[in-house]
Design a protein around this ligand. Structure first.
Ligand SMILES: C[S@@+](CC[C@H](N)C(=O)[O-])C[C@H]1O[C@@H](n2cnc3c(N)ncnc32)[C@H](O)[C@@H]1O
Length: 362
C-alpha cells in the first residue's frame, strides 16, 4: 500500500525517519521516500499489507493508516494513494481535461462503496491558471462519472463517509483517500488556549528531534502557550521540563493547555523574562524555542536587542544544545556570534506561509 504523507516543508527527513521507525516497531516492512517528484512537504511510504486474526478467528487487515494517524507526531495527513502523475500541460482547460481523464482511468471505485457518500477536498500550490475549486470540481465530476457505472453515487460535501484528496503541486497531481479527515493532525486536541503565534505541534516535534535530547533538562525560555514543552512531555520525556514566559496571559494559557494534555504536573512554568534567565536557573542542558519574530508580537525594532540580551543570558546557563526558530536571520546570527555560540545545523522550515530559519547551536 502506498501512502502520501504530508508535513511542513523542510522537515520531510524527520517525518520519513519517524514513519520508518513506527512501521518497524510493529514489525511491518516498508520504505519511505521524501519529496516524491521533488515535492516539498510530502513523503511517499510504501508499506506491506499485514493481517491478524480477530477473536472469532477471522482474518482482518491491520489498519496502517489509523496506526499512523494515532502515533505520528510530525505528520499532518495520511493519504492512501490511489494514483499520481506529472501533468504535461499548463493551459487551464487542457490541464483540467488531463486531470479529469486521469481520475476517470484511476480505480476510484475500489475505495468507496456505492452506498457511501463522498467529497473531494483539494489543495493547490504553485503557479497555475486554475484554482483549487477548479481541481475539486474536475476531480469530483470524474469520480461521479466513474462511480455512475456502478449505481447512483452520493455526494455529501459537509459530512462525507469517504474524503478524496486531490493535490496539484507545481506540475504533480496526487489523488488519494484522506484518512486523516478535515482536521490536520498538527491541530492538537489539547490546544484549549490559542496563542496568536503558536507553533505547529509537528514543527515542535521536529525541533525536539533536532535537539537530540539525552534525558537532561529542557527549557523553552519564551514558551508562549507551551507547545514545545507539552509535546515533549507527551513523548514521556523523563528529564526536567521548564518553561518561561513574560506574559501572564500566555502562561495561564500554557498551563491550561498542559492541563488539557494531561501533563501539567510534568512542566515547571515560570513567569519571567528570558533576558534575565540566570536569575531563575543556574544551568540547563537544552533550550528549544520559537523566538518572537516581531511580526505578530511587539515592535520589530526591539528584536535585535532582545536576542542579544537573551543569548548573553543563555550563554551563562546552557550546557549542551539549543534549537531556535526565527525569521530574523541577521539578529539571531549576530547574537549567537557575539555570545560565543556555534551553529552546528541550519535549515529552513515552512511555517505560517513563511520560510523560517531553524538553528541548532552549541
Ligand atoms: C513565538 S511566541 C512562542 C509561541 C509558542 N512556541 C507556542 O507555541 O505557543 C514567543 C513568545 O515569547 C514571549 N516573550 C517575548 N519576550 C519575552 C521575554 N523577554 N521573556 C520571556 N518571554 C518572552 C512572547 O510573549 C511569546 O509568547
Amino acid at each position: 500500500m502506498k501512502f502520501i504523507l504530508t508535513t511542513s516543508q523542510g522537515i520531510e527527513d524527520i517525518a520519513k525517519k519517524e514513519v520508518e521507525t513506527l512501521i518497524k516497531k510493529i514489525g511491518l516492512r516498508g520504505k519511505a521516500e521524501e519529496r516524491p517528484f521533488g515535492v516539498e512537504g510530502r513523503i511517499i511510504a510504501e508499506i506491506e499489507k499485514s493481517y491478524y486474526l480477530d477473536e472469532k478467528g477471522k482474518k482482518r487487515e491491520f489498519e496502517i493508516a489509523s496506526f499512523l494517524n494515532e502515533n505520528s507526531r510530525v505528520l499532518h495527513r495520511v493519504i492512501l494513494q490511489i494514483s499520481s502523475t506529472k501533468l504535461s500541460r499548463l493551459e487551464k482547460e487542457k490541464v483540467l481535461k488531463e486531470i479529469y481523464d486521469f481520475v476517470l482511468s484511476s480505480p476510484v471505485e475500489k475505495y468507496v462503496k456505492i452506498s457511501e457518500s463522498f467529497a473531494v477536498r483539494s489543495f493547490r500550490k504553485g503557479e497555475h491558471e486554475f484554482t483549487s475549486v477548479d481541481i475539486a470540481k474536475t476531480v469530483g465530476s470524474a469520480i461521479y462519472d466513474k462511480l455512475s457505472q456502478f449505481g447512483m453515487p452520493k455526494v455529501n460535501l459537509d459530512h462525507p463517509s469517504v474524503i478524496f484528496r486531490a493535490e496539484v503541486i507545481d506540475d504533480v497531481f496526487f489523488l488519494g483517500i484522506d484518512t486523516t479527515g478535515d482536521s490536520s493532525l498538527h491541530k492538537r486536541s489539547w490546544r484549549v488556549y490559542d496563542h496568536p503565534a503558536h507553533l505547529k505541534a509537528s514543527i515542535a516535534n521536529a525541533m525536539i528531534e533536532l535537539a537530540e535530547l539525552d534525558g537532561g533538562s529542557v527549557l523553552d525560555p519564551m514558551c508562549g502557550s507551551g507547545t514545545i514543552l507539552i509535546e515533549l512531555a507527551l513523548r514521556d520525556y523523563k528529564g526536567r521540563i521548564i518553561g518561561i514566559e513574560k506574559y501572564k496571559k500566555h502562561l495561564k494559557g500554557a498551563r491550561m493547555n498542559a492541563l488539557a494534555a494531561g501533563v501539567l504536573d510534568r512542566i515547571e512554568f515560570i513567569h519571567g523574562d528570558a533576558t534575565k534567565l540566570s536569575q531563575y536557573l543556574e544551568s540547563v542542558d537544552f533550550a528549544i524555542s520559537n523566538l518572537p519574530y516581531g511580526l505578530k508580537i511587539g515592535r520589530k525594532s526591539a528584536i535585535p536587542e532582545l536576542y542579544m540580551k537573551f543569548f548573553s543570558e543563555l550563554s551563562k546557563v546552557l550546557e549542551k544544545r539549543g534549537v531556535f526558530l526565527t525569521t530574523e536571520k541577521r539578529a539571531i546570527e549576530n547574537a549567537l556570534e557575539e555570545n560565543g555560540f556555534k551553529v552546528i545545523h541550519h535549515r529552513l522550515i515552512g511555517h505560517g506561509g513563511l520560510m523560517v530559519h531553524c538553528y541548532v547551536i552549541e
